[in-house]
Design a protein around this ligand. Structure first.
Ligand SMILES: [Zn+2]
Length: 207
């Protein structure tokens, strides 16, 4: 199985790239290396065993805790920036939001960016996320097929949903129908450096 380089291709914000260009290059090189090596047979078997969204959420939690090395879309263990987010990500994944990417808000050498998380959700989980975001600064973007639910102009061209979902559906064939039925959702706090809104809000909504 060819493992696609799925890490960060759609992150185009100039502030992120300026601050992290070197890291991104190193990470990307690492991803390419791992891609050529492929996912381990053990990891591949775990992902192949998934049948439901709940199964996928539990596997992401295993990856967060080091029991699985790769996800279908992230070909390495969690990045350092993910470590502080593991408690919240665990609650969120167990609550139905199967996450495929996240970013810690940081301020580094005068550059700064907000926190965000993306992944797969059913209609009912999307409703909980949207309710949690209502009345806050949180931005929620959701895509299923050609349908987009946006709170702002869609910023990615093209939309990453199809590629991202395809990585997961390929690695998890018995969960493929469930994945293609989900919304790919992206939640962002646009306030640079702030981590204490999005994570508590999602954990409370999905916990
Ligand atoms: Zn889309």
């Amino acid at each position: 199985m060819t493992q696609p380089a799925a890490v960060l291709p759609w992150r185009t914000r100039a502030n992120l790239w300026r601050a992290r260009a070197e890291t991104a290059v190193r990470e990307h090189a690492g991803v390419l290396h791992l891609n050529m090596a492929g996912m381990s047979r053990k990891d591949a078997a775990r992902w192949k065993s998934a049948r439901t969204m709940a199964d996928l959420g539990e596997l992401v939690i295993e990856w967060l805790h080091g029991e699985i090395t790769q996800t279908p879309g992230h070909c390495a263990p969690p990045c350092d920036e993910t470590l502080p987010l593991i408690p919240a990500l665990t609650v969120i994944n167990r609550g139905g939001f199967v996450t495929d990417n996240s970013q810690l808000a940081e301020v580094v050498d005068g550059d700064a960016w907000g926190t965000d998380v993306s992944g797969f959700v059913t209609d009912s989980t999307l409703a909980k996320i949207q309710a949690a975001a209502d009345g806050t600064d949180l931005v929620v973007i959701a895509c299923r097929g050609r349908h987009h639910e946006h709170r702002q102009k869609f910023r990615w061209q093209p939309c990453p949903r199809r590629d991202v979902t395809d990585f997961w559906a390929t690695a998890c064939p018995d969960a493929s129908d469930a994945l293609w039925a989900t919304w790919w959702v992206y939640v962002e706090d646009p306030v640079n450096g702030r981590n204490d809104l999005l994570w508590p809000a999602l954990a409370a909504a999905l916990g």
